[in-house]
Unconditional design. Structure first.
Length: 472
């Protein structure tokens, strides 16, 4: 394998891992400028100071990015910061609206995908708002947790989390003692997860250019959500469960039954229908990304009708089945309202963007403490998420800026840069650049090795982000 790494193509790829110390000079000014954009949305001087402290603390190397270690690191008192996050009187929606404008300015693209997803955070005890035993995606099982619903924006140039809403289970929504203890506003009632996601979409969608809405089968299984998206003229590609009942509208049967009634196509599960399709119907596509090899999938499509929750067949929709090119492939069943003029490749690539939201959750948890919080109130959860969305967005912005010269740079390495810069006695820019370059070099060596082992070819160069669209 070392011989492979000495190949001229490999050396060219590895050359893209070098970070120029001169590019790091503007990191601190970029952070100051970023924070200054949002500080006017906090009402009082001490709130602005607290927001600055927490945002900077989230970019450091703290193992736990809760309020107490952030306050200790900054040499500040803990209680004022805890009150600022847990019960401070400032407007989350105003801050997130500015975040939305900022994202549109930097990433806005008419082909972007709005991604819907839920995210559970395990919790001990039952004092936190909305916590109970429920499905926790990060554990893949029912566990004691809080669940939030998130909206992400994925464009060709980059991606980020855009908005969030805490889920209040039905048992908690009618528990007056719990509502009082966690300060749940009186207007908040129980809503299913898909309704919360739709609320996020309708609040943000009109303000950011996009061409698609995508989500997993938690959202696709709701026929009402799909109907609401059609009513809103949103083009969707949503996963559905493998046992979804469907009617293949291409089946040719005698036009009438013996008693004279019109004959309709037979009804069957989508997974059974998929298994009896000819190999000739499948088309191969390559998706973006892939650290250990190309993300290749096969897909086929068919116009179908599916049954809703009441067993009634709905309108004509486009079933797209996607599977990985492996001996034991993973299979996704999706429904879309994209018209026949939209190529299958475009539907597949829109669905392919869905993996980006999991990357954002991983980066949020590991780099800026999305799941590091000890607040128990409704307001505290919302405040924590707002500050975390800002911190994650800043790292995404710096990844774009530095990526124009070093396209292999990742969000963890951007956070590594700021961990060093925000120390009381930071290393020199040359030392920081050398440390980050060494990590990027190892990562790229691993990518080259994995690709060559799987394909006997070298991976494509990491794309440079390119200029910002600079929307209004």
């Amino acid at each position: 394998m070392p011989t492979i790494l000495k190949h001229p193509t490999a050396q060219k790829l590895l050359a893209q891992t070098e970070v120029d110390p001169h590019d790091l000079r503007s990191c601190q000014p970029q952070l100051t400028s970023f924070v200054a954009r949002y500080l006017p949305l906090f009402y009082r001087a001490e709130q602005r100071q607290h927001a600055d402290t927490i945002l900077r603390g989230k970019l450091t190397g703290l193992q736990r990015k809760t309020i107490e270690p952030i306050a200790a690191q900054a040499g500040q008192k803990r209680r004022p910061l805890q009150h600022f996050v847990g019960a401070g009187c400032w407007d989350d929606q105003a801050v997130r609206a500015e975040l939305r404008r900022h994202v549109r300015h930097e990433l806005g693209d008419p082909n972007a995908v709005l991604l819907l997803d839920g995210h559970g955070v395990p919790k001990k005890g039952d004092d936190s708002c909305g916590v109970q035993r429920q499905w926790c995606g990060c554990h893949g099982k029912v566990d004691n947790c809080q669940v939030g619903y998130f909206l992400a924006y994925a464009a060709p140039r980059g991606k980020t989390l855009l908005d969030a809403r805490l889920y209040l289970p039905q048992e908690r929504a009618v528990d007056d003692a719990h509502r009082a203890a966690t300060y749940v506003p009186s207007e908040v009632t129980f809503q299913e997860g898909w309704r919360l996601a739709l609320e996020l979409l309708l609040r943000n969608g009109p303000h950011v250019p996009h061409g698609w809405v995508a989500g997993d089968d938690e959202f696709g299984r709701s026929s009402e959500l799909r109907a609401r998206l059609r009513l809103a003229e949103e083009r969707y590609v949503l996963d559905v469960p493998c046992n979804t009942s469907m009617r293949d509208l291409s089946q040719r049967l005698p036009p009438v039954q013996p008693d004279g009634r019109a004959r309709l196509p037979l009804c069957e599960r989508v997974d059974k229908w998929q298994r009896r399709q000819s190999k000739k119907r499948w088309h191969k596509f390559r998706l973006a990304g892939g650290e250990k090899g190309p993300r290749e999938v096969e897909a086929l499509q068919q116009w179908v009708q599916t049954k809703d929750e009441d067993g009634v067949f709905g309108p004509r929709e486009r079933l797209v089945v996607i599977k990985t090119c492996e001996k034991r492939p993973r299979v996704w069943y999706t429904l879309s309202n994209a018209p026949k003029e939209v190529p299958l490749a475009e539907v597949v690539h829109a669905r392919g963007a869905l993996h980006g939201v999991e990357e954002l959750f991983l980066e949020g948890n590991q780099e800026v403490g999305l799941n590091h919080y000890e607040v128990r109130s409704w307001t505290g959860w919302a405040h924590h998420m707002t500050l975390t969305l800002l911190a994650l967005w800043f790292l995404q912005l710096e990844k774009l800026r530095l990526g124009n010269k070093t396209p292999t740079v990742t969000v963890p390495q951007v956070r590594q840069i700021f961990t060093a810069l925000l120390q009381e006695r930071p290393p020199s820019l040359r030392q920081i650049a050398a440390q980050v370059s060494a990590v990027l070099h190892r990562n790229e060596e691993a990518r080259i090795s994995h690709w060559h082992r799987r394909t006997a070819n070298f991976p494509p160069p990491k794309p440079r982000p390119g200029p910002s669209p600079r929307g209004p």
